[in-house]
Design a protein around this ligand. Structure first.
Ligand code: SF4
Ligand code: SF4
Length: 362
């Protein structure tokens, strides 16, 4: 069957720059993975040069390195769109010296996301459902005017989007996606708005061979990220494993309860409220991220509903694969692998899930 040609365009780095500039003209702020010193975070991006193009990240359980590498392919850092949409620290109100209360106002400027990965695109869909009544989240989410995705042709060693169906290509929820191949960049549109922007650039037509090469690269990346059985089968195994205390103690025995996995996970959304008293006499109430792996998370009214660490780790895994689907109809894990890379003791979620499935069947 002949490849579908109308969906795609082809260009080079100059065209990516032109796309960035076109997107920049469209909104108040462009946001994405951005280089900051020797690290990569997530926030406003001034120019194409601020993106981690040409940087290579190498990831493994408990290990992350950035370099100017041979493939020059950046996957993602610890930071995801969650950093922009569901702020790590959100001011709620300030009590002034005269006891008047100043309610915090939310940002309302329009923004575009540029270069986010397909897994992070799906993480936004999960957050949309979870935080559907959260004013702070929607004040920013509703102002995202454009989403440009960078598809992955060179996945990282901890990525497993191919298992969950969240990558390595983007299917819905974006305006424009591009994929960097060895002989150029393939662009595709996901909305009429995206098509109008692409048509204004000086992109060339794709050939059947271009499309075939793109599809081969995506298929190869998909294979490299397919470690696990389908999420529905994982859920069934997890359900059967819940009361196997010794199993959960064994797989979580190295966990130190640091909550790194919660913080870096693009779909973890829990928060706590903290009051900050300032020397001037002012007091500020803030809402900040909180993680279910933390000991204090489960402390309620003089008791504790998950006093042991294995219970908290078990909850993290069950929540992603068993409870999110029941709560919001989507798997809570998008296969980004961040909780593997940024776990200081290198606990590998893929290994844990594989053990559950092999012990409890699918
Ligand atoms: S559970 Fe781990 S792999 Fe899954 S989305 Fe969260 S950080 Fe990524
Ligand atoms: S990052 Fe690793 S050690 Fe830290 S709480 Fe999560 S699983 Fe435990």
């Amino acid at each position: 069957m002949a490849a579908q040609l109308t969906k795609y365009f082809k260009g080079g780095l100059g065209d990516l720059r032109a796309l960035f500039d076109a997107v920049k003209n469209y909104v108040s702020v462009v946001v994405g993975y951005r280089v900051s010193g020797d690290a990569v975070g997530f926030g406003p991006v001034e120019s194409l040069e601020s993106l981690p193009l040409g940087l290579e990240d190498s990831q493994a359980p408990g290990a992350y390195r950035l370099s100017r590498g041979s493939s020059g392919f950046f996957r993602h850092s610890h930071a995801s769109p969650k950093y922009w949409l569901h702020l790590p620290v959100q001011e709620v109100f300030t009590v002034l010296e005269d006891y008047a209360v100043d309610i915090a106002r939310y940002d309302t400027y329009s923004a575009a996301l540029f270069g986010i990965k397909p897994c992070d695109l799906v993480s936004m869909e999960v957050l949309d459902r979870i935080l559907k009544n959260d004013d702070s989240y929607w004040s920013r989410r509703s102002k995202i005017e454009l989403v440009v995705v960078e598809e992955c042709t060179v996945p990282g060693a901890t990525c497993f989007c191919g298992s969950i169906g969240t990558g390595p290509s983007a299917s819905t929820g974006f305006d424009i996606a591009y994929a960097r191949l060895s002989n150029g960049i393939i662009f595709k549109y996901g909305s009429e708005k995206g098509l109008r922007i692409l048509e204004k650039l000086e992109l060339t037509e794709v050939s059947e061979e271009d499309v075939a090469e793109y599809e081969r690269a995506i298929a190869r990346a998909g294979e490299l990220t397919r470690y696990l059985p389908p999420p529905s089968e994982i859920s069934k195994s997890l359900e059967r494993s819940v009361s196997d205390t010794s199993f959960w103690k064994e797989v979580s025995s190295r966990c130190v309860g640091c909550t790194n996995c919660n913080m870096v996970c693009p779909t973890c959304f829990c928060t706590e409220f903290v009051d900050q008293i300032e020397p001037s006499g002012r007091a500020k109430r803030v809402r900040q991220w909180f993680g279910c792996l933390s000991h204090t998370y489960g402390q309620v009214a003089g008791t504790h509903y998950r006093p042991e660490l294995y219970m908290r780790y078990r909850h993290f895994v069950l929540h992603k694969f068993l409870f999110y689907p029941k709560q919001v109809g989507l798997v809570g894990c998008v296969g980004c692998g961040r909780c593997i890379t940024w776990c200081p003791v290198g606990i590998d979620l893929r290994e844990v899930v594989s053990k559950v499935v092999s012990r409890y069947g699918s």
